[in-house]
Design a protein around this ligand. Structure first.
Ligand code: PXG
Length: 438
């Protein structure tokens, strides 16, 4: 493969990337297989992040590739407004079958951002359809990432994503983040401290009145911000308070869905069922863009009372349930089942946990957290340049230790494909140790 020209490099504005730095020494991969990326020179790069938390089945898996090829040849596109095609129904049924009871219906989108936007719109519309049209406010949480749509930005809690766009914000308020280094230092799995933070929802109800609140949205495990597992009992408490006040509970499982926490969904792992559940990424193992919202039966049914010739929901995307994505989803879910990848992740969790915590005491390591096959390492920042140590470590890992991982500020995040072996897991954290020593 020829090297990229300067023109080509300049033409693409990379998202969430310092572009000038990137274009001086691009990090470009050209091929992927299983646990590895390869660059144009054949350098083999261990994927410690499943791409962007999505390739849960590993890369370029044959059954998924074949399904996409076949779909592309048979039915390139078919509308899902007023028409349909078999695979989209099949995919919806497979996804609903994986979900907790009650979450029986699937509204498809093309991304996680569209999924959270859709969930919020469905929540607001549901209340209105029930005659509670004043319920429009969304409660999110500090440090949350719900994608980059305006409701996701508004409910989200990452200041860098919010500050430039604040004038466009959708009405939202926020719970506190569930992380306290003092109380949770070096915790493994769900921290013991912090369930009481769910009670802040009661305070926000007292402040705004329940009649103005449509939904509370949380990531069961906050991902992007650096893997914050829920404190023991926290999600259950949030569920109870939301139910008490008629507020819908939305789980954003864009990262936690499809095996990342050793179950189909975090809802199953933690035994708490939301009213709406957002998914994306792992639904196709990242092979074709797809997202969606699992919807509780009573919410769906609320919209099934209007005239039969009028759409029951004025929302949707041209590519909702695109044939290639639907085919990829079906094949991916079959593969997860055939190889018991969710069970495999659950079994690997103990080994993964041990491996990441061996880095305690290494240079610059300030804290470590993990749940399922997700972990984060907080590094001590450099006072004058927050994020620089994390960024430099990510580059060191890529160029010198042949490994891709995620960085957010001074936090490194790890979420390998669920097909990882124990020795590949050891390899991941061995390489991190070596990079930190450098
Ligand atoms: N919700 C959650 C919980 C996410 O993690 C989105 C929504 C938005 O999904 P889309 O498909 O619109 O990007 C996400 C996306 C990272 C990282 O490394 C995380 C995401 C995306 C890119 C990088 O932390 N999460």
């Amino acid at each position: 493969m020829a090297a990229l020209t300067t023109n080509q490099l300049e033409a693409f504005w990379l998202p969430f990337t310092p572009n000038r730095e990137f274009k001086q020494r691009p990090r470009i991969v050209t091929r992927a297989e299983g646990m590895y990326y390869f660059d144009k020179d054949g350098r083999k790069i261990l994927d410690a992040s499943a791409g962007l938390w999505c390739a849960n089945a590993g890369h370029c898996r044959t059954p998924i590739v074949k399904a996409i090829q076949e779909a592309a040849e048979t039915l390139d596109f078919a509308p899902t407004f007023q028409f349909g095609h078999p695979k989209v129904f099949e995919a919806a049924a497979k996804i609903a079958a994986l979900a907790p009871q009650g979450l029986d219906h699937v509204f498809f989108t093309n991304s996680g951002s569209e999924a959270t936007d859709t969930a919020v719109k469905l929540a607001v519309a549901y209340h209105r359809a029930k005659g509670e049209g004043t319920r429009t406010r969304i409660i999110g949480r500090e440090r949350a990432y719900h994608g980059v749509g305006m409701t996701g930005i508004s409910a989200g809690g990452l200041v860098a994503n919010k500050r430039w766009f604040n004038a466009l914000a959708y009405p939202a308020d926020h719970l506190s983040a569930t992380y306290s280094r003092q109380e949770q230092h070096w915790s493994r799995g769900e921290p013991a401290w912090g369930a009481h933070l769910a009670d802040e929802l009661e305070k926000l109800v007292a402040l705004h009145d329940a009649s103005t609140i449509a939904a509370v949205i949380v990531e069961p495990v906050a991902g992007s911000t650096g893997v914050l597992p829920p404190p023991k009992g926290y999600l259950k408490r949030l569920r109870d308070i939301a139910t008490k006040h008629g507020i819908l509970l939305i789980f954003d499982e864009v990262i936690t869905g499809f095996g990342r926490v050793g179950a189909a969904f975090a809802a199953e792992r933690f035994g708490v069922t939301p009213d709406l559940l957002c998914f994306a990424k792992g639904v196709t193992s990242g092979a074709v863009p797809m997202g969606g919202v699992l919807v509780d039966k009573r919410i769906y049914d609320q919209f099934m009372n209007g005239p039969e010739h009028v759409p029951d929901m004025f929302h949707g995307y041209t590519y909702s349930g695109h044939p290639l994505a639907a085919a990829a989803a079906c094949a991916t879910i079959d593969l997860y089942k055939d190889e018991n990848l969710f069970g495999r992740a659950r079994k690997l969790e103990a080994h993964f946990e041990e491996a990441v915590h061996t880095l305690k005491g290494k240079p610059h390591v300030a804290d470590i957290r993990n749940v399922g096959l997700a972990a984060a390492i907080d590094l001590d920042g450099i006072d004058s340049a927050p994020g620089k140590r994390g960024f430099e470590t990510m580059k060191e890992l890529f160029f010198k230790h042949d490994m891709m991982c995620r960085v957010s500020g001074d936090t490194l995040a790890f979420s390998p494909p669920l097909i990882a072996t124990e020795s590949e897991i050891d390899e991941i954290f061995g390489r991190v140790g070596a990079a930190l020593a450098a």
